[in-house]
Design a protein around this ligand. Structure first.
Ligand code: F6R
Length: 633
């Protein structure tokens, strides 16, 4: 799809939107379209014997765009000789050879792999003296003007709504300058800096006016965690609290979104408000769930006038309001089961799982060693106690999330109790005591992996699983010793395919986390989907159902839930205990995100909240519920 394409027929569909936006199935497809537009522009300018001025961004969003531009250079002969780049921003203070600098980012992700002339690269200098910053920033502005102005500006969007580092409150007329970073922005960067305390508080950024002067602007947003800020920028008023909304009256701007980033747009969230709909069963369910939420009513209390007053009259042409209510009520009711592996000897027509075979082979994939119990601990417990043969496969070692102090503790225990240990640990103990960051060291990483393995075994033994049904896959893409992971390869897919072929499961449970497109959970899911695709013709796969759970952060929307497994107060406590065995992930875990609650608290809150939602819809009053969506491959 061409991202410049505007179909007049779609104007009504997008009537709440004040910025032209295009939704792609996934971030990869969106990135390819952006790379194509950039390469077309470079070639067009070359034909005209002109330079092409690109404004570039860093962060996770543009990585695949750059990846594709490099491919075009290497395979299709795209040349960057006529390209002049200006980057949006750089942390301050920051040396350009620091691995955390945007200079380093641009080199490894783009510049080192293309034929751009080095003197055509401009990135704000984070090592400038503070008193020289104003002068430096004016020169940066001037240079852009002298070179003829930016032809194409690529942008990401921060969760504060920032473009560049123009945080809430930025002025419409702002130019390149030193800014203070918002708490949320710094928090989002804490992984890369190994802790919030190391994230700089200031940065140099192009201003709103600098960005708006570009002839063409493309902003990309991937992932569910951007969906609400994207909605505010596109559908809200121009507001200094959301800098991206300043793009609303630019003449040539497009937002390129993946499906999950577009979730909150009116045309996606409640398409009946933007025009006529093709009413699939799924959309009907979505509409009734939305109506309950909007009117604050349970399903069977919705009236004809509720439908009419809320743009849902079209739905009533097909069925009466009470039939619609009843259909949705039954759908939700049918999703609830205390038998996640299927109830033996029962009529399964109205149940989410098959009753046969009575005892199923179940394979639970867990991206990190603990997602199994955090995300589906109650269901896991039921599957085991109801006699199914359950296997758990931990996809990654999770070793970088073990703190130095935990590794030090275990090494000191070994050294004190086994002084003749065949390993010489003193050297590492000294390094760790001096608080050196040595997770890159293979031996330390190995110890960290073993710690997580043993914690997992304590947890699975508590649930009642024999050790030989617990598998540590250590997928190679993860084993870099740093936050930045490798791109998965055929070896990762082979490992997943092998374990599926060995166990021949009737049920697979996997983390269906789509919130962070570059995060470990999403990579693990993509590898699984590829493997399922490769295996699907095998006879044993005909009998295999795949259920997706969500991680500690997000919940399936009500209308997408295919199986809901209630927990009693006792089961909630058992799940909590199973999570507690992952001791290195308790208290101040290394990669907490911006939610300071511990994992067990988050998941308990979430399980209780979904139970309340079921109750509000008119279902029974459960203490907590875990939810799953079926994936058809
Ligand atoms: C980066 C920049 C920022 C990012 C934004 C989104 O040069 O200016 O505005 O584009 O913070 O970051 P990611 O893409 O990592 O979500």
């Amino acid at each position: 799809m061409n991202i410049n394409y505007k179909s007049p027929g779609t104007l009504e569909e997008t009537r709440f939107e004040k910025i032209h936006s295009i939704i792609f199935d996934d971030s990869k497809k969106g990135s390819l379209a952006i790379a194509r537009e950039i390469s077309d522009l470079i070639k067009k300018k070359k034909k005209q014997n002109k330079n092409c001025l690109l404004g570039l961004a860093t962060g996770s969003s543009p990585i695949y765009v750059y990846h594709e531009l490099i491919r075009m250079h290497k395979e299709d002969g795209l040349s960057f000789k006529n390209v002049i780049c200006f980057n949006l921003d750089e942390y301050f203070p920051m040396s350009s050879d620091d691995v955390k600098s945007y200079h380093h980012f641009m080199n490894i992700h783009l510049f080192d792999h293309i034929d751009i002339q080095k003197n055509n690269i401009h990135i704000p200098d984070g090592s400038i003296k503070k008193e020289k910053i104003n002068e430096y920033c004016s020169k940066y502005e001037q240079k852009i003007v002298e070179e003829g102005g930016i032809d194409f500006q690529l942008l990401g969007i921060g969760r504060t709504g920032h473009i560049g580092f123009n945080e809430p409150g930025s002025n419409y007329d702002s130019l390149t300058r030193l800014v203070y970073l918002d708490y949320l922005t710094r928090n989002d960067a804490r992984k890369a800096f190994n802790g919030m305390e190391n994230v700089p508080t200031t940065a140099i950024t192009m201003g709103i006016k600098t960005i708006r002067k570009s002839k063409r602007i493309v902003l990309m947003a991937w992932g569910n965690n951007k969906s609400s800020v994207v909605k505010n920028a596109i559908e809200g008023d121009i507001d200094s609290n959301i800098s991206a909304s300043y793009l609303q009256n630019h003449k040539n701007v497009t937002f390129v979104l993946d499906k999950t980033a577009s979730d909150e747009l009116t045309r996606v969230k409640s398409p009946w408000r933007t025009g006529s709909c093709k009413w699939t069963e799924k959309l009907k369910a979505k509409a009734v769930a939305w109506l309950c939420n909007r009117t604050n009513k349970s399903i069977l209390n919705l009236t004809e006038s509720d439908y009419n007053k809320n743009n849902l009259s079209e739905l009533l042409l097909e069925k009466s309001y009470d039939e619609l209510n009843l259909d949705f009520y039954k759908r939700i009711h049918r999703s609830i089961t205390g038998w996640p592996g299927g109830k033996p000897n029962s009529d399964d027509k109205e149940r989410p799982e098959r009753s046969m075979p009575k005892k199923k082979r179940v394979l639970i994939f867990s991206p990190h060693p603990d997602d199994d119990v955090i995300s589906m601990g109650g269901t896991f417990d039921r599957l085991v106690s109801q006699g199914n043969q359950v296997h758990v496969a931990y996809q990654t070692s999770g070793n970088i999330a073990v703190s130095n102090s935990d590794v030090l503790k275990y090494l000191e225990v070994i050294n004190s109790t086994f002084p003749d240990s065949r390993y010489k640990n003193e050297e590492f103990i000294e390094l760790l005591k001096n608080n050196n960051d040595i997770i890159n060291n293979p031996r330390i990483r190995e110890i960290a992996s073993v710690i997580r393995e043993k914690e997992s075994l304590a947890s699975t033994r508590f649930i009642g699983l024999p050790d030989n049904q617990v598998h540590f896959l250590k997928l190679p893409f993860y084993e870099t010793g740093t936050i930045k992971k490798n791109i998965p390869t055929v070896s990762d897919r082979r490992i997943i395919s092998e374990i599926i072929s060995e166990i021949k499961p009737h049920q697979i449970f996997a983390a269906g986390d789509l919130a962070d497109p570059h995060g470990t959970h999403k990579v693990c899911l993509d590898i699984l989907f590829d493997s399922l695709n490769n295996l699907k013709e095998k006879l044993f796969m005909k009998d295999c159902w795949v259920w997706l759970y969500r991680g500690a952060w997000h919940e399936w929307p009500i209308h997408e839930i295919d199986m809901a497994v209630p927990m009693s107060p006792f089961q909630v406590l058992r799940k909590r205990k199973a999570i507690f065995f992952h001791q290195t992930q308790k208290d101040n875990v290394m990669f907490q995100g911006d939610d300071n609650r511990e994992f067990w608290v988050r998941t308990e809150d979430r399980n209780r909240a979904i139970a309340k939602k079921f109750r509000d819809l008119g279902m029974s009053d459960y203490t907590a519920i875990e939810t799953f969506k079926r994936y058809h491959f």
